[in-house]
Design a protein around this ligand. Structure first.
Ligand code: TRP
Length: 360
């Protein structure tokens, strides 16, 4: 069996460090591993419209933004097909047929849908398109015969739902769809990068994140505002490392080389943590270190993005080519699905013969 990856993001805003450690970095690694026959990366504009249908301009603007971040982070269009969901009609068609295979009660029980309904205040009136987005996500995954879906933890219920729909489809209409598996980032910490206030997950809507194109000044300002240990008032006070956002970030982003380069008084993060816990190490020292570490991550991405903006025709072409390839693939699956469901009337002469025999 072929090994195929599909994953995607909703184009609702700029991509931030949470996206980078939670998925983008991983995707580049998987793409470059050359272990996969096909890799697809989808800008999920149709899905984004399920709860932004009244703000189409926002989605339109962010389609390009997301594409720029993908390329700037090292997604290579020669290895990964980048495409826009709404431009692949087969996905919408598949969604309609899969809707027969899932109950409203089951969709309402989906933990991700449940929490999003609450977050958006949809309790009183849930748009049916929104309630169905897990079904549409199943269409995305199965249209590309994806065997592996690299996602964040919050997407696991979507994968469960997808597997259930695949099983129902194959049971009722015969073996047609490929069963997908989820793939989480290896680094457990990276799965949930806290926001700079330490209160929430990084979220575009809460304005508490560090973006992948932030300037050095913005990075500095945000790190200086980071939540540390509220009881660590004087430098001599012992400080808490757990729940201290600066240390959570250092855990994820700092390397031994960073210590050599920027903080040679310490060999590694453990030594730094020990000193902080004992007392005698100020927040400014650890924050200044983190600023340098993060600038090293973000600056190359920001600069590549600026280069790409100067070459926007190229980016446009990448999307256009990606959509073409995605349609070829998804149309093949749709054909298989329609034939399994006996709605392939004009695909061969079988139907014509059937109806002729009927009236002979
Ligand atoms: N739901 C995903 C998100 O909110 C985006 C997405 C849409 C997706 N379709 C997908 C992810 C298919 C993986 C596979 O980020």
């Amino acid at each position: 069996m072929q090994k195929i990856i599909l994953t995607g993001d909703r184009p609702t805003g700029k991509l931030h460090l949470g996206h980078y450690v939670g998925s983008l970095k991983n995707r580049v690694k998987l793409q470059d591993s050359n272990e996969f026959d096909e890799v697809y990366l989808m800008i999920a504009d149709s899905q984004a419209l399920t709860d932004n249908f009244d703000n189409p301009q926002k989605i339109r603007d962010n389609v390009l933004e997301v594409a720029l971040f993908y390329l700037a982070c090292g997604i290579d269009p020669k290895k990964t097909t980048i495409f826009i969901q709404s431009q692949v009609p087969a996905l919408t068609e598949l969604t309609f047929y899969y809707m027969n295979l899932v109950t409203v009660a089951r969709l309402m029980r989906n933990p991700t849908v449940k929490s999003e309904i609450k977050l958006r205040g949809f309790e009183e009136s849930i748009p049916s398109g929104f309630l169905n987005y897990p079904v549409s996500q199943t269409a995305d995954i199965t249209a590309f015969d994806a065997t592996l879906v690299p996602v964040g933890e919050d997407q696991l219920p979507m994968l469960e739902q997808a597997k259930e729909i695949v099983h129902s489809f194959n049971r009722i209409y015969g073996e047609t769809l490929v069963e997908p598996n989820s793939y989480l980032p290896e680094n457990a910490l990276a799965r949930r990068l806290p926001s700079i206030d330490g209160k929430n997950k990084m979220s575009k809507s809460l304005g508490n994140c560090i973006y992948l194109d932030d300037s050095d000044e913005e990075i500095s300002k945000k790190v200086m505002q980071m939540y540390t240990d509220p009881n660590h008032i004087k430098v001599s006070d012992p400080g808490k490392v757990e729940g201290n956002v600066v240390f959570t970030y250092l855990d994820i982003f700092s390397t031994p080389e960073d210590f050599q380069k920027y903080l040679p008084e310490y060999h590694n993060l453990d030594e730094l943590k020990e000193h902080y816990a004992q007392g005698g190490l100020g927040d400014v020292v650890i924050k200044k270190f983190l600023i340098k570490v993060l600038i090293d991550v973000i600056k190359p991405i920001r600069e590549r993005k600026e280069e790409l903006i100067k070459n926007i025709d190229y980016v446009y072409k990448v999307l256009e080519d990606g959509v073409k390839k995605a349609n070829e693939k998804a149309n093949k699956t749709l054909k298989r699905v329609k034939s399994a469901m006996k709605i392939d009337y004009f695909d061969d002469n079988k139907f014509l013969e059937e109806i002729k025999n009927k009236f002979n």
